[in-house]
Design a protein around this ligand. Structure first.
Ligand SMILES: *[C@@H]1O[C@H](CO)[C@@H](O)[C@H](O)[C@H]1NC(C)=O
Ligand SMILES: *[C@@H]1O[C@H](CO)[C@@H](O)[C@H](O)[C@H]1NC(C)=O
Ligand SMILES: *[C@@H]1O[C@H](CO)[C@@H](O)[C@H](O)[C@H]1NC(C)=O
Ligand SMILES: *[C@@H]1O[C@H](CO)[C@@H](O)[C@H](O)[C@H]1NC(C)=O
Ligand SMILES: *[C@@H]1O[C@H](CO)[C@@H](O)[C@H](O)[C@H]1NC(C)=O
Ligand SMILES: *[C@@H]1O[C@H](CO)[C@@H](O)[C@H](O)[C@H]1NC(C)=O
Ligand SMILES: *[C@@H]1O[C@H](CO)[C@@H](O)[C@H](O)[C@H]1NC(C)=O
Ligand SMILES: *[C@@H]1O[C@H](CO)[C@@H](O)[C@H](O)[C@H]1NC(C)=O
Ligand SMILES: [Zn+2]
Length: 718
């Protein structure tokens, strides 16, 4: 994932969502204040009872063959635009299992590293190189290959910067606001920024917006909980702690403004397409990622200079390294950052495979990206890629019995997700009319496994089916006994009073589907307190790490694959789409209460929005009643009517013209926060108007949001 989403504790101020495949963890992350109703834990039937078709799919998942697929992907160069071989291999695996499969090429703008370096010069004239590359590990040969890709930030600006530097914490909007308030000198300096909490591109954007001329983003072991070298754990490859030299690569596109090829906003990047200027969505200052070992002397050089951490008084300001985490600058201590990039328009390859349904008017899309920043990427995203290869095989077993899906099933292996959801966005832009006519849902699996704890984000009509299917899958519990995936998921509830399905923000390929009005779900499994540290976007996210630490035996992979295939079976083949519309109303009410909290004492009339939710509630109840009638009478026409309403109602939430200053994002109920990039904000037009103190915009969006909800209600109305 280009992101890996991040479970973070937004203060009271955003309407929250989850975090999910947390790559950078913070603990107890569910203690966010929200009025959304948790899903109470219910006793599941144990052991699960499966139908004949569910049994065929489930039994087909073989941890050993998933291990083979993971090994294959874990040894391929798959950097966007360089991964044709893995695309062809993926196509062949799907094709041999009955999916009509082909490569789909786009010509997109990407940037590649040419020369990257960093040096520090002290005031006494001593100069030292700072290591920006990760060492090869003898125990993990893939990290030492000659064709290994060096560390860089995708879409970063090419250029040199030499200046004193300032530590700016996580580099959020709030961090910068605080530094400005305290009079810290930012203009003309280089920003030293801690990874975590928001999408990295927005960190660079914030630095750029404050007149800074370069950015260094570092990993801090303070985000690893107790599993650290300082706490006595051995580092990878000898133990579960983070390798001190591990670097998080990644894109610095301004994701919350526009994902997809930045040269073709709103239209597909076919060869010869007109190209737009990218300067409003890519940084104009150079940046580089570094490890915690590399940043240590840089932080220490600031000791004694600038403001103390306690004066700055910002959350997560101080990390776990042996330094004071003062702002600096240290007079006369400078960084020289060199970042030579090569930008070009170059082919990328999605793989698209499908089986036609008996009803051509309804389509389920299941997708995973294939591209990686490194040769490995066995967690992100090839745990999902290995599962899709196995899922194709499972469906072949089902079709061998004569089964045909009611709805079309499309499998997608996206390229260039890491740069900014590029492959999926261009494909959706090319097929938007057909998707608008036929798509019933998009299921995403990106980091299927980076640890044993399942997570689920989805649009609300999928919450019921999404959690019910979890009850049908056995989770390989490390304790030696088996529990359901549902119980494993519920167990992660920090309050013990039930769990929330997360709200979709961004950071993976569901984004463009959702913002064109398609129901969407994103599933994965990650580590938490006490689990081995996953090296997100590092060369050490490798097959060796996965097979020794992440998921020895690939059993969690198998469970996630069983889950995805059973969910796909139901959405593709149930006579009536398994959507729960009354639950959508419940969620809307929760978001509404969260919004009222955010508004607090400000004067903003939201009655139009409240009234729209009442109308939606009525339509949702009616369609549920109609569904019951259709089932009771087994009335083909009525069944068609209900399916059509379920397929189409999300289209109503899409607002023409999009959100303020970011027309790509059109869903009126949820979007990635403008300042977060990953985490969702609900009723984004209204909430962000309030957050940025523009009540005119907020009032305008009360109305636009209400209209979107009324459009959806009208589609459901019977
Ligand atoms: C210069 O300062 C750095 C940082 O304090 C120190 O490591 C280095 O030894 C000093 N060099 C000389 C020549 O004093
Ligand atoms: C950037 O810095 C490198 C290394 O210090 C130097 O070789 C190169 O000439 C510089 N490039 C520009 C454009 O200044
Ligand atoms: C630090 O911030 C907290 C919360 O914002 C506030 O309650 C506290 O008074 C601040 N402390 C100082 C020393 O400014
Ligand atoms: C699937 O359906 C589409 C549209 O109805 C048709 O063009 C295509 O040939 C079909 N493919 C297969 C393999 O049946
Ligand atoms: C759906 O709504 C019902 C009724 O409010 C609630 O009990 C249940 O927990 C909800 N289920 C989900 C999956 O949100
Ligand atoms: C747990 O499940 C696995 C696979 O489903 C099975 O082989 C094993 O016997 C089960 N273990 C227990 C203790 O029930
Ligand atoms: C870390 O260890 C301490 C002491 O054993 C424990 O109290 C704490 O809950 C642990 N924290 C996490 C996040 O595991
Ligand atoms: C609010 O936003 C609107 C539209 O972008 C803008 O015209 C107006 O000046 C803003 N008002 C304030 C107080 O920022
Ligand atoms: Zn990914």
């Amino acid at each position: 994932m280009m992101l890996v989403k991040y479970h973070f504790t937004v203060g009271f101020a955003l309407s929250f969502s989850s975090l999910v495949s947390a790559c950078l963890r913070e603990f107890n992350s569910e203690h966010v204040h929200t009025h959304r109703k948790p899903i109470l834990r219910r006793q599941a039937v144990w052991p699960p009872v499966l139908t004949e078709q569910e049994t065929i799919l489930s039994n087909s998942f073989d941890a050993n063959s998933i291990d083979d697929w993971a090994k294959y992907y874990g040894n391929q160069v798959k950097l966007a635009g360089l991964g044709r071989e893995a695309a062809e291999w993926t196509r062949d695996r799907w094709a041999e299992n009955g999916f009509t499969s082909a490569l789909k090429e786009y010509h997109v703008y990407l940037s590649y590293p040419v020369r990257q370096s960093l040096a520090i010069a002290y005031s006494n004239g001593t100069r030292a190189e700072v290591h920006v590359q990760e060492p090869a590990l003898a125990e993990d040969p893939v990290t030492g290959r000659e064709d290994a890709i060096s560390n860089f930030h995708g879409y970063s600006a090419s250029g040199n910067a030499t200046a004193e530097y300032v530590y700016v914490g996580r580099g959020t909007h709030a961090d910068f606001t605080r530094l400005v308030e305290l009079g810290v000198e930012l203009e003309g300096k280089i920003a030293l920024i801690r990874y975590g909490s928001i999408f990295r591109g927005l960190k660079v954007k914030n630095a750029q917006d404050h007149g800074m001329i370069g950015a260094i983003i570092f990993t801090d072991p303070g985000d690893d909980g107790n599993v650290t070298v300082a706490n006595g754990y051995e580092a990878y490859p000898h133990g579960p702690a983070r390798h001190p030299d591990a670097v998080q690569k990644g894109s610095v596109l301004f994701l919350s403004t526009y994902p997809g090829d930045p040269t073709t906003p709103g239209y597909p990047s076919v060869e010869g397409a007109p190209r737009a200027d990218t300067s409003s969505v890519t940084p104009q200052i150079p940046s580089l990622p570094i490890s915690y070992a590399a940043v240590l002397p840089l932080l220490q050089a600031l000791d004694g200079h600038g403001l103390e951490a306690s004066q700055v008084n910002r959350t997560a300001w101080k990390g776990a390294l042996d330094a004071e985490y003062r702002t600096g600058p240290a007079p006369g201590v400078t960084l020289s950052l060199e970042n030579l990039m090569e930008g070009k328009i170059t082919p990328i390859w999605n793989v698209i495979g499908y089986i036609n349904g008996t009803n051509p008017d309804e389509t389920l899309v299941i997708g995973n990206h294939r591209d990686t920043w490194m040769i490995g990427g066995t967690g992100d995203p090839n745990s999902g890629s290995a599962i899709l290869a196995e899922l194709a095989r499972a469906f072949a077993k089902l079709t061998a019995t004569g089964w045909k899906p009611r709805r079309n099933i499309v499998l997608a292996s996206w390229d260039a997700e890491e740069y900014g959801l590029v492959g999926s966005t261009e494909w959706v832009e090319e097929h938007v009319n057909w998707l608008t006519e036929t798509a019933v849902a998009y299921l995403n699996i990106d980091v299927a496994v980076s640890g044993p704890r399942p997570s689920l984000d989805a649009t609300p009509e999928l919450h019921t089916i999404g959690t019910e299917i979890m009850k049908k899958v056995v989770h390989p519990n490390a304790g030696g006994f088996n529990i359901s995936l549902y119980d494993a998921w519920q167990r992660e509830s920090s309050t013990g009073s039930g769990r929330h399905v997360g709200v979709l923000g961004s950071g993976s390929d569901y984004t463009t589907f959702l913002h064109r009005g398609v129901s969407a779900l994103d599933v994965g499994s990650s580590g938490g307190a006490g689990d081995p540290i996953w090296h997100y976007h590092s060369n050490y996210d490798s097959y060796n790490w996965m097979s020794k630490f992440g998921d020895p035996g690939f059993k969690v992979h198998a469970a996630m694959g069983q889950y995805l295939s059973l969910l796909a079976l139901h959405i593709a083949d149930d006579e009536i789409l398994p959507f729960d519309l009354p639950n959508y109303t419940e969620e809307l009410r929760g978001y509404y209460e969260d919004l009222r909290d955010l508004i607090g004492d400000e004067t903003l009339d939201t009655s139009e929005l409240a009234a729209a939710i009442d109308v939606f509630e009525k339509s949702a109840k009616q369609v549920k009643e109609l569904e019951t009638l259709a089932k009771t009478w087994k009335d083909e026409n009525l069944i068609k009517v209900v399916n059509k309403k379920y397929r189409d109602f999300q289209r109503g939430f899409v607002s023409q013209g999009g959100l303020p200053n970011r027309e790509f994002y059109r869903h009126v109920v949820t979007a990635p926060g403008l300042d977060t990039g990953y985490a969702a904000i609900t009723f984004p037009g209204v909430s962000e108007g309030v957050q940025y103190g523009n009540l005119t915009v907020a009032a305008e969006w009360v109305s636009k949001t209400a209209q979107g909800i009324l459009r959806a209600a009208a589609i459901l109305k019977t």
